[in-house]
Design a protein around this ligand. Sequence first.
Ligand code: AMP
Length: 623
Amino acid sequence: MAKESGNGDVLAIGIDLGTTYSCVGAWKDDRIEIIPYDQGNRTTPSCVAFNDSQRLVGDGAKNQSLINSANTIFDFFRLIGRSFNDPQVQQDLKLWPFKVTGGLGDTPTIVVSYKGQKKEFSAEEISSMILAKMKESAETYLGSDVKNAVVTVPAYFNDSQRQATKDAGTIAGLNIVRMINEPTAAAMANGLNNKSTIRGKINVVVFDLGGGTFDVSVMTVEKGDIFEVKGVAGDTHLGGEDFDNLMVEHCVNEFKRKSKFDLTGNKKALGRLRFACEKAKRVLSSTTQTSIDLECLHEGIDFSMRFTRTKFEELNSSFFKKCIKTVENCLNDTNMKKSCVDEIILVGGSTRIPKAQQMLQDFFDGKQLCKTVNPDEAVGYGAAVLAAKLSGTGNKSVQNMVLLDVTPLSLGIETKGTKFDVVIPRNTPIPRSNAKNYVTSYDNQTAITIEVYQGERSKSTDNHFLGKFIIDGIPAAPKGVSSIKVYFEIDANGILTVAAGVLATGKKEKITIDNERRRCWRIGRLSKDDIEKMIREAEEYKYEDTEFNKKANAHNELEDHLYELRNKIEEKNVKKKVSAEMLKDMENAIADTTKWLEDNHDAPLSELELKMVQLKFVCKLAI
Ligand code: AMP
């Protein structure tokens, strides 16, 4: 398929890849369209499931989660760019009904049973399945191939998490032209929609509390055109899922108190409880109490309890306080007084929680919160705006938009005594390059190991380790004489590249910095080979899905045809038109095929097609 021409050009789509829901948008007919999925919804659950016959992505996966919880994967975005032994990963594992093990290099590996066989996936691969689904929905809706995308990430994502998200895009067959921070995307959506009302330069705070992550951005917006991020803060592990978890824990304790049974080992019961708690949480945003009722939850015992909004708020009060403290810190970091904030934009499904809104409003001394953007779609909308700008398809308002973002966390290297030495401080505008000189720390040192970290702690190992390499070929000299230069470069996506060179007697030398004789070292987790293998596998899964759908369609068509024929032979004129013998043949063919279909749920496509041809032949002769 070729790309459309004229005003309908779509060269890039915008994708909000969220922990709980994902959303895709594109510029079409002179405006942004949020693209509906196959079931008509404008957001799709970030959920992938495997069973004995097929792989399901989105609503289909979520709908069957209660009967296939061990093979239904959600929340996987919380694994991306993290190691298996990360304490937060270990904590999450306890409440997930699916299995995650430590793979090569301590990467988390999701283990499922697919078509009766054990299969292992990385978080990048599962994420790529969601991205591929969004690409497909966009292609169907727009009627053209989609190759490029702008993908959003939580502002507080570190380099590994950004790199892993980019890898997921590559596996899905998408060229990620830009990664944009979620709150910045939401501010762009708001800016475009309220352009006429924004006069001069205003100070904006975006409060983005979603399913898995929390972000705050402080920015200025000039005439709805120039979006300059001043600072970001957040927590990549705080959101609606955590509120659900505390509710689940509370119910588990309540069940234990009433029945003396501990249901924590019962994955199915935990899955049902989580589902019910999430539903109850949403209800509590509009009413002050609700109940959770589950029949035969564990050991044949029913569970029923009243849940009040007050209880919910009490359980999660430390999370809400943390959110407000983060807003305060971010304002302090950017030297902005809260009285100078003109607009507070709410983004993310969890901002519907009344307590979160009330605490935020109280913090800003009663200032009205801006709820004009759709909290579920604003991020996807903003991503689509940037996609339209970068691909040159948007209108003048879109083309005039300028985006200036920052890096969320400081980047630097480990120096003597595990000290973290910052090369690029947090909240530095990106893209950005910085270089720093370092000297040898002992006599005749000819090689130095450069260990790169990201974070705000003084001790390097308290920060997030990104990778390391050795720089050798340093001329032997007393300590502190020979020096090297380390170059850090962050691109517009917030992804870091590190290089180094030896400076000897004032003359700059370019040297190789690792065993593979590369001068420049890109930090990433999946190797090129890994990604290529995953791309091939993604193609195989796509092929299998297509084959499965063809088979399911053939099955449905045969079933529908049998139904039509059964009705037809009841009609009087048909009975009159055909001989008794022919009618018998027809009835036999219908009965045989119906029985065959019941006994052969897994019949291959060729057999289903053959049965259809045979049925049509007999019945055509008869009618
Ligand atoms: P997002 O990541 O922005 O899609 O937000 C998803 C999160 O918002 C999930 O944890 C949902 O349970 C939560 N959510 C959605 N609607 C509500 C609501 N009415 N009240 C409380 N939480 C909600």
